[in-house]
Write a protein that binds this ligand. Structure first.
Ligand code: TRP
Length: 358
């Protein structure tokens, strides 16, 4: 029996270089190794937690599917599907919620972050304002709302993983807490019903700690809400313009000076997309103060463009091929539902929810 790998991405926009280098690249590698059964999906139900515009959500699902395929996921090697095409997920989500505490959900970092946003709290997180936040959420005076879907986000994610009985879940650092909760829910379920049913899933990356792709605006990671993304679908001109505008500093004034964060970020991305010799060449130039950031940026842009251009061209082709998309997603849905419905059947039986009339 092959081990199961599963991961998903929320369709909240087009995928950027951070998604590609941090996640998608690993998905493709895992698929190519051929030693796993891999499941890659679009988490459209998770996207609903932030109440997107319906037409936009639908379009973004199409974008991400096309981007998955353009990046190298193949429907005959991996199961590629849309989360909402597997109704078993929604049912198991209801069942599993009966064993999930609202306290542990409220303490999740991602929830606190999003709840603070929904409540319009802009001060830095502190122990105190955890209490304030709880009051705001529960208090009858409050006219702001943190939706219950946001709270139970980790239950839904645990269900994605457990319903396919996945062993490995390649995710970035920001999702590790959700994975930890998934393991906890699995243990709790097993203990409560005195079964040895769910296995605990592990994170997975290829020996190299989760890659974090920085933005080009000086600090932090590349992210949609940061507005600093190089998109896979960006054309060459746009990419070059974005790279040439990247924040740097005045340049090194003495040999072997430590790099400021914005400059380090350029090197971090260069390492991910360019050959080692080129990185060394620019590192040496930095260290002997002969570096010209314009050259560094131009080289970086060249390599990014070389990497993303074939992907962009495939994205355009695939997005226009409705019949192909339909075929891929129907096949994916069927395969994903097969495994999911077997798990759901077992869980219902374990929990005592079985019909009298069958
Ligand atoms: N929460 C993940 C993210 O935002 C997306 C996701 C949903 C996921 N369900 C999953 C990832 C299951 C891995 C496994 O990135």
């Amino acid at each position: 029996m092959k081990k199961i790998v599963l991961s998903g991405i929320r369709p909240t926009g087009q995928l950027h270089l951070g998604n590609y280098l941090g996640a998608l690249c690993n998905f493709v590698k895992m698929q190519q190794e051929g030693i796993y059964d891999s499941y890659f999906f679009i988490a459209d139900l998770h996207a609903l937690t932030t109440n997107p515009d319906p037409a936009l959500l639908h379009e973004n699902v199409r974008n991400v599917v096309a981007e998955y395929l353009a990046a190298g996921l193949e429907p005959d090697k991996s199961t590629i599907f849309v989360q909402s095409d597997v109704p078993e997920v929604s049912e198991l989500y209801l069942l599993l919620n009966m064993h999930v505490g609202i306290g542990e959900l409220m303490r999740t970092a991602a929830f606190k972050d999003k709840a603070r946003k929904a409540l319009g709290i802009t001060t830095a997180p502190s122990a105190d304002d955890d209490a304030d936040m709880a009051k705001e959420i529960i208090g009858a005076q409050s006219n702001k709302r943190v939706n219950a879907g946001l709270l139970t986000y980790p239950t839904l994610m645990a269900v994605d993983i457990l319903i396919q009985r996945a062993n490995f879940v390649p995710v970035g650092k920001d999702q590790e807490q959700h994975l930890e909760l998934t393991r906890r829910f699995a243990r709790r379920f097993n203990a409560f019903y005195k079964v040895d049913y769910f296995e605990e899933p592990q994170n997975f990356n290829f020996g190299n700690a989760a890659v974090k792709v920085p933005g080009l605006d000086g600090s932090g990671k590349m992210g949609k809400s940061e507005g600093n993304c190089l998109y896979l679908a960006d054309d060459e001109k746009t990419l070059r313009k974005k790279v040439m505008r990247a924040v740097t500093d005045a340049g090194p004034t003495e040999p072997n000076q430590p790099m400021a964060e914005p400059v380090q970020n350029l090197f971090t991305i260069l390492k991910l997309v360019a050959p080692q010799e080129l990185v060394q060449q620019f590192t040496d130039a930095y260290n002997d103060c002969s570096i010209r950031y314009g050259d560094l940026k131009k080289a970086l842009a060249d390599h990014i463009v070389a990497l993303t251009t074939p992907i962009r061209e495939r994205i355009i082709d695939i997005k226009n091929d409705d019949a192909y998309l339909a075929r891929v997603l129907r096949q994916g849905a069927e395969q994903a539902r097969e495994r999911a419905s077997a798990t759901l059947r077992d869980v219902r039986e374990i929990m005592g929810i079985t019909p009298f009339w069958k």
